[in-house]
Design a protein around this ligand. Structure first.
Ligand SMILES: NC(=O)c1ccc[n+]([C@@H]2O[C@H](COP(=O)([O-])OP(=O)(O)OC[C@H]3O[C@@H](n4cnc5c(N)ncnc54)[C@H](OP(=O)(O)O)[C@@H]3O)[C@@H](O)[C@H]2O)c1
Length: 335
């Protein structure tokens, strides 16, 4: 039985990008569970852009991570020992595990996985939180309808790949925006998008969107903010909807980009709505049933980008901000 818990702790707050220099690895003895607790073995950890925001002194709508604490992270783990009714050794759970190999946690916030819906990798990817975000952003926030022309930014990433396919599966014309020819080819050839725009190669992103969507954009699903949001605003159709999911271009930026085209929302009668996935937690079951059904039918796919070893978590977090990942980025801690 394993008796060492490897942990990665936050030791410094970054100004710009986060990286290994902001973390330290420590090892503690594994703690046996008390009543109401479980000892877990971490299998997979999700790496998310929001983690960079949580490292700030004032992250906004969640509490900051205290310096010296284990880095906060969601993931999938196997139950090793349980003092909770309903959880037994060998069960897989999803929860806020943190960057550690053997957390001992209370049962609150742990969700036992239904492995008939998908395996651990499916639960970190197409049934996980980023997929729920895509589902609710497209359906409940952007109210996507058959025949809509949809633009998704960050389209080759975790949320973006699923958002784009929620569009194609709802019979929309879907245009993805991503960085690099390879990501754009994957969006067209593997995910079946109608068009993909490489924003890194674009000299005039707004003109490229206009060419791909000459009749205007009904839904813009925004993962990146900044100048991409401005280019989308210029191309929205009257009564278009914009779901503000994220703004990764601004998260670690030295200087914030001032969006110039919000005034166009008036004449075009746009609806612009931000959202947090947990706004919809009462409806996660509905979303997972749809996602699992589409996965099983072979109509939905998600590329996972997995790094092996807990020690890669800090560099993995940086990768998100440099476009190093294609699809859902996760760390495999154990099998
Ligand atoms: N509202 C919510 O509840 C919620 C929940 C989850 C995630 N989110 C947000 O959703 C967005 C996507 O998250 P994710 O987990 O799916 O990450 P991801 O898309 O898998 O990874 C981040 C991607 O962002 C792109 N990127 C990085 N810097 C950029 C820049 N300066 N301009 C444009 N694109 C840039 C990169 O792709 P390229 O190579 O294409 O540049 C990178 O691969 C994030 O903004 C995140 O905060 C929101």
């Amino acid at each position: 039985m394993q008796n060492a818990n490897r942990q990665i702790r936050l030791i410094a707050r970054p100004d710009g990008l986060a990286g290994p220099e902001h973390f330290d690895e420590t090892t503690e003895p594994v703690r046996q569970p008390d009543t109401g607790e479980v000892l877990l073995e971490t299998l997979l950890l999700s790496i998310d852009p929001a983690m960079r925001v949580w490292m700030n002194e004032d992250p906004g709508y969640v509490p900051p991570i205290q310096l010296g604490s284990v880095m906060r992270a969601g993931g999938i783990a196997r139950v090793v020992e349980s003092r909770i009714d309903g959880l037994a050794p060998g069960d897989l759970v999803q929860g806020r595990l943190g960057w550690q190999t053997h957390p001992t946690l209370s049962g609150e916030g742990l969700h036992k996985l239904d492995l008939t819906m998908g395996d651990a990798e499916a639960w970190i990817g197409p049934l996980g939180t980023s997929a729920l975000t895509a589902y609710f952003g497209m359906t409940a926030v952007a109210n996507v309808k058959p025949g809509d022309t949809v633009v998704v930014s960050g389209a080759a990433g975790a949320v973006g790949q699923i958002a784009a396919q929620v569009g194609t599966l709802n019979h929309c014309r879907v245009i993805g925006i991503a960085g690099g020819a390879e990501k754009c080819a994957m969006l067209r050839d593997s995910l079946g998008l109608d068009a993909a725009i490489d924003y890194k190669a674009a000299t005039d992103l707004s003109a490229d969107i206009r060419q791909a969507a000459p009749n205007g954009v009904d839904v813009y699903f925004d993962n990146v903010g900044g100048p991409t949001l401005d280019a989308a605003l210029e191309n929205m159709a009257t009564l278009g909807r914009i779901a503000i999911c994220g703004r990764i271009s601004q998260t670690a930026a030295a200087e914030l980009y001032g969006v110039k085209n919000m005034g166009l929302a008036i004449g075009k009668r746009l609806r612009v709505q931000g959202f947090i996935v947990s706004d919809f937690n009462a409806r996660y079951g509905e979303a997972r049933a749809w996602l699992a059904g589409e996965l099983k039918a072979g109509r939905l796919q998600q590329r996972l980008h997995i790094l092996d070893g807990l020690e890669h978590a800090p560099s993995g977090l940086r990768m998100l901000f440099e476009g190093g990942n294609t699809g859902k980025l996760a760390i495999r801690v154990a099998t």
